[in-house]
Design a protein. Structure first.
Length: 408
């Protein structure tokens, strides 16, 4: 355990940062903790921003990781609205706006990710929205209303969840994507489940279309124009085309960066006293044997604490399997594992795919690499066990709902 008079600094006031601070105290660290975030709000969780909070079914307050007073009670020096401007590992210090310096003994980078911007004429017009921060959700809540004409650009998780929320609010929704929705994540076998879901709920899909311009009338969004000249009229455009890890501080500090801050299985960067976790970390995964950068809630929830334990000198090998979830209309799903298109050779379904109550397994060489449960719950542990075991399975038994997962 480091000395009581040493300071640990956490840069990034998101879920990973808040959970790391919590873990440092829970593990008995009594020194100073500075948790520095550039957003005005204290740490909050982002999933509700495209689900319950956007739908208006969940209170704003429910999104916050801890009550405001918790930080003072835990002697965590939470500084919001404070973008860290420099990290100097050689001097063990960070620089804050105005030139103030703060020294550290150990430092955690949890600067997360920012939205990828669409680079077309008109993308900066009023009426164009992105969704990452709570104020983005506030702005969207005001415009996703009955009768609004909305174009969502991007067929990933955020685009689809926004489309679902907009439909629930009675908006007319068109979804514009280059690839079929979610195909680049789930592959062509499973992705159509989501395209069908949205079509059935009245979303008009425009697949294979690039947006060339966002058109204006009276200084406000009036439509989108495709690369073949076709156009869609609308008053709201929501862009969800992915995120980019926030690595500037790490790069300037001379840390190794390649699609995120590179860390080992103990979440250590190339500097022995600097760690990284959450969306910004590109980590060596001890079980999967590859580097992965995971942009999901559970990785912030578990990775922040793992980094904190590592900072305290504990033996850490962060081998959590990637996990994420989504809710759209009446479909709830969880995905566990790592099987991007190109890495698997077989998909096995189990259950009622048309009725949207099923499991899907992605296999390579007969081994389960990932599993997804749709409107079936309590199976994540079983799916994890199947992946971790690395055993070659009989696909017909895997796909047979009469064979309990526990017996596979
Ligand atoms: C709308 C939305 C819905 C989502 N839904 C799901 C879901 O259903 N399931 C799921 O698994 N995942 C979901 N995610 C992803 C999940 O929220 C992220 O994986 C998670 O937020 C990552 O947490 P983080 O702490 O690593 O980074 P972030 O949440 O990005 O937090 C990093 C913080 O650091 C701040 N920061 C950056 N640079 C500096 C600096 N120089 N100084 C100070 N502060 C800085 C950033 O502004 C930010 O506040 C969703 C994300 C969004 C946006």
């Amino acid at each position: 355990m480091p000395d009581d008079d040493s300071r640990f600094v956490i840069i990034g006031g998101g879920l990973a940062g808040a959970k790391a601070a919590e873990t440092l105290r829970a593990e008995g660290f009594t020194g100073a903790i500075a948790l520095i975030g550039d957003e005005l709000e204290r740490p909050y969780e982002r999933p509700p921003l495209s689900k319950g909070y956007l739908l208006g079914t969940e209170e704003r307050d429910k999104a916050f990781v801890h009550p405001r007073k918790w930080y003072a009670e835990q002697r965590i020096d939470l500084q919001t609205g404070t973008p860290v401007t420099a990290l100097r590992p050689g001097e063990h210090e960070v620089e804050l706006p105005g030139g103030q310096r703060l020294d550290y003994r150990k430092l955690l980078l949890v600067t997360g990710a920012r939205v990828r911007r669409l680079d077309v004429p008109g993308a900066g017009l009023p009426g164009v929205y992105y969704l990452r921060r709570i104020e983005d959700a506030d702005a969207l809540r005001a415009v996703l209303v009955e009768g609004a004409r909305v174009v969502v650009i991007g067929g990933g998780w955020i685009g689809l969840e926004v489309a679902a929320a907009a439909r629930r609010h009675g908006a007319e929704v068109a979804l514009v994507t280059l690839d079929p929705p979610l195909e680049r994540v789930l592959g062509p076998e499973v992705a159509p489940v989501f395209a069908d879901l949205h079509t059935e709920h009245g979303v008009r899909l425009h697949v294979g279309r690039g947006v060339e311009t966002i058109a204006a009338a009276d200084g406000h969004v009036a439509g989108v124009v495709f690369d073949n000249g076709d156009a869609l009229d609308c008053g709201v455009v929501v862009i969800g085309i992915g995120v980019i890890p926030v690595t500037e501080l790490a790069e300037q500090a001379g840390l190794e960066v390649d699609d995120g801050v590179l860390v080992d299985a103990a979440l250590r960067t190339s500097d022995p006293d600097v760690y990284a976790a959450g969306d910004v970390a590109n980590a060596t995964h001890p079980l999967l044997g590859v580097r992965i950068r995971v942009e999901h809630w559970a990785n912030a929830l578990n990775g922040g604490p793992a980094a904190a334990r590592s900072m305290l000198g504990q033996e850490v090998s962060y081998d959590r399997l990637p996990y994420f979830f989504s809710d759209q209309y009446d479909l709830g799903m969880e995905y566990t594992g790592h099987a991007p298109p190109g890495s698997y050779d077989q998909v096995v379904f189990r259950g009622d795919v048309r009725g949207r109550e099923f499991l899907a397994f992605w296999l390579s060489d007969g081994r389960v690499r990932a599993g997804m449960n749709v409107n079936i719950w309590g199976v994540t542990d079983d799916i994890q066990r199947l992946i971790r075991s690395g055993e070659v399975l009989d696909p017909s038994r895997l796909g047979d709902p009469r064979v309990p997962l526990a017996e596979l």
